[in-house]
Design a protein around this ligand. Structure first.
Ligand code: RUB
Length: 325
């Protein structure tokens, strides 16, 4: 993916037919990206695993599907939607296995759980769009970053309800996911402007609201999202522009309640500089962390499918999530 490649606009897809190894590679290589999409792809792959399993021994089946879950969870480290999605599906598998259910019953329960996860994920976008859209006012100019389906849902809703909004998309270096967001919203009929990431402060006095997605929400309400989000949030806070984070509840990170920190993925230097440049100047070091952490004091609200919460209430969502897993 580069700024010169044609734009392949990702869609909000339901259950797809994909095996575990292919899903793992597509997520790892970012052919499918964005926290919600990768979670749904992993759930689809677990369903596909069950559909195609030829194993007749229930213990062996259980071990194999747990190994598949482990593989899928390891494809990318930061978006907690991925382990949460896998764990939500496999929690049903485990329960059924531990109850002593037959292999056929364990399979059926797993398929139902995978389909339910995908269905609930898609349903969450509509709710987040509806709730978040209400907080956008007539004529607002709204800035966004990266390519978040949840944030796009809020923006589309505000547009569709006739608020006459204008949207500014940060292009989101180094992989330019902001160009995808701009293309999706322009196709939807929205008024869209792309700016380079470093132009946010220059334009902030023209901006009324900021909306972004989430890869993870910690127990203290801190938000992990695409690199540049924390900078956008700090600039917005300085200018008294409110930032709304749009996050389905499966993006809240249970382990942060027990002291874990969210690992921040660091990707290849060639995403930042060309191979030729790196060969010419082998003594130049390149760092490419792809997510950052926005402190809760720079976030106005988090919009979930269960309603809008202040960042300080993140622990309530996490407690509910822990009960599911
Ligand atoms: C994507 C990104 C998105 C969140 C939320 O990063 O940071 O803002 O994942 O997206 P990458 P969504 O392109 O590196 O995966 O709302 O679609 O789940």
């Amino acid at each position: 993916m580069s700024k010169s490649e044609p734009i392949n606009i990702p869609t909000v897809s339901g259950v797809v037919d994909i095996d575990v190894d292919t899903a793992y590679t597509q997520i790892k290589d970012m052919r499918i990206h964005g926290a919600g999409r990768i979670a749904r792809l992993a759930a689809s792959a677990l369903k596909n695993f069950v559909d195609n399993s030829k194993v007749s021994d229930r213990d062996q089946f259980f071990k194999n599907i747990m190994d598949s879950g482990e593989k899928l969870r390891s494809a990318r480290p930061t978006a907690v939607s991925l382990p949460n999605g896998v764990n939500i599906v496999l929690a049903s598998t485990k329960k059924s296995y531990n109850l002593g259910d037959s292999l056929d019953d364990i399979k059926e329960v797993t398929i139902n759980a995978a389909e339910k996860f995908v269905h609930d994920s898609l349903d969450a976008y509509n709710k987040i769009g509806e709730y978040g859209g209400k907080r956008i006012r007539n004529g607002d100019t709204v800035i966004t970053i990266c390519n978040s389906e949840a944030a796009i849902s809020v923006l589309k809703n505000a547009h569709d309800t006739g608020k006459g909004i204008k949207i500014v998309c940060c292009e989101t270096r180094p992989l330019f996911q902001g160009h995808k967001t701009a293309a999706t919203l322009a196709k939807h009929g929205c008024d869209v402007t792309i700016i380079i990431d470093s132009a946010v402060r220059k334009f902030i006095d023209k901006i009324d609201r900021a909306v972004c997605g989430a890869d993870a929400v910690a127990v203290n309400g801190a938000l992990v999202n695409k690199i540049g989000t924390s900078q956008l949030a700090a600039i917005a806070h300085e200018a008294r522009v409110k930032l709304m984070a749009a996050a389905e509840t499966y993006k809240f990170y249970p382990d942060t309640m027990f002291g874990e920190l969210t690992p921040i993925e660091e990707r290849d230097a060639t995403e930042v500089c060309s191979e030729e440049y790196l060969k010419t100047y082998p003594n130049i070091k390149v760092r490419n962390p792809v997510f950052d952490v926005t402190p809760p004091e720079n976030i106005d609200v988090i919009v979930t499918e269960k309603g809008i919460i202040p960042p300080a209430n993140a622990s309530l969502i996490i407690k509910e999530l822990i009960e599911l897993l």
